[in-house]
Design a protein around this ligand. Structure first.
Ligand code: SAM
Length: 291
């Protein structure tokens, strides 16, 4: 009788058979609840016309469910001890390719071109290692890889920040960095009890859908992201205080800032967390024009 990898009994069996011990430093918390995995695959809408990139397959709990539904699965795993385990657990699935590499160092475009045989929409589906959630998200967003959707699990607190709306406590430069490229929403919450070992916090599945165009039209993307970061540096201070803290307190700089804020119709006494993406875009474009 065949048992899915994610069942607690099979997971324990695999770990024992390979003498595997968890490395906390690699964010290793394995999912042991097949129903949640099925729900992830369902939420992601994975079918035979989809290629999937997975980050951190572990012993293959999620990889197995993806393999059953997708055209092909490409999974990046950093831990060399897991490579022989995956060779074993993934042997029934011909459409899985495991690459032993740090995903942050991986050439995403090159590797996917090499591995995927058909040109199909690409989705990223993963239970992310929590210590590098944000760098991994940014690595995908900033790469040239065409990703249609990302359906990823992360700490609930980070998922809240990514999907936050202006004026809320969780809203910040991370919300803007992600929402500029993608539409973000939380699909469901996953309790910490379904992992081994158990993490300290609950998790959330977040769904990010690529926008046809960035959320706002900006003339200089790099300066736009600098501005949004700068506006949240001093959390309890006004936008004005943050701007002079970052750009400079000399008269020339202050005149440039004042002129641009007036022209963009943004009150400098507001707090950064109240500005929408559209307002940040307008301010950034005006600053660039008046530079
Ligand atoms: N997918 C499995 C599951 O759901 O049970 C394991 C998820 S576990 C939270 C994160 C996985 O990411 C671990 O297997 C870990 O070794 C791997 N990992 C950590 N850092 C990585 C990196 N920089 N690149 C690729 N994989 C990484």
């Amino acid at each position: 009788e065949y048992k899915e990898i994610a069942t607690p009994s099979r997971t324990k069996e695999i770990l024992k058979q390979h003498g595997f011990s968890f490395k906390k430093s690699l964010g290793q918390n394995f999912l042991t609840e097949p129903n949640i995995l099925r729900k992830i695959v369902e939420t992601a809408g994975i079918d035979t016309h989809t290629n999937v990139v997975e980050v951190g397959p572990g012993i293959g709990a999620l990889t197995e469910q993806l393999a059953k539904n997708a055209a092909q699965v490409l999974a990046f795993e950093i831990d060399d001890r897991l490579i022989p385990v995956l060779e074993d657990t993934m042997s029934p699935y011909q459409n899985v390719t495991v690459v032993h590499n740090d995903v942050l160092k991986a050439d995403l475009v090159g590797t996917t071109n090499e591995v995927f045989e058909q040109e199909l929409p690409i989705k990223v589906v993963a239970n992310l290692p929590y210590y590098i959630t944000t760098p991994i998200m940014m690595h995908f967003l900033e790469s040239d890889l065409e990703v249609e959707e990302m359906i990823v699990m992360m700490q609930k607190e980070v998922a809240d920040r990514i999907s936050a709306k202006p004026g809320t406590k969780a809203y910040g430069s991370l919300s803007i960095a992600v929402q500029y490229f993608m539409e973000a929403s939380i699909s469901f919450i996953v309790p910490k009890t379904v992992f081994i070992p158990q993490p300290n916090v609950d998790s959330a599945i977040i769904k990010l859908t690529k926008r046809e165009q960035p959320a706002v039209a900006v003339t200089n993307e790099k300066e736009f992201f600098k501005l949004t970061k700068a506006s949240f540096q001093l959390r309890r201070k006004t936008l004005w205080n943050n701007l002079i803290h970052f750009y400079g307190k000399d008269e020339e700089t202050k005149a440039w800032l004042t002129e641009s804020l007036t022209e963009a119709e943004i009150d400098p006494s507001r707090r950064g967390e109240t500005l929408s993406l559209e307002e940040f875009g307008r301010l950034s474009n005006t600053l660039e024009k008046n530079r």
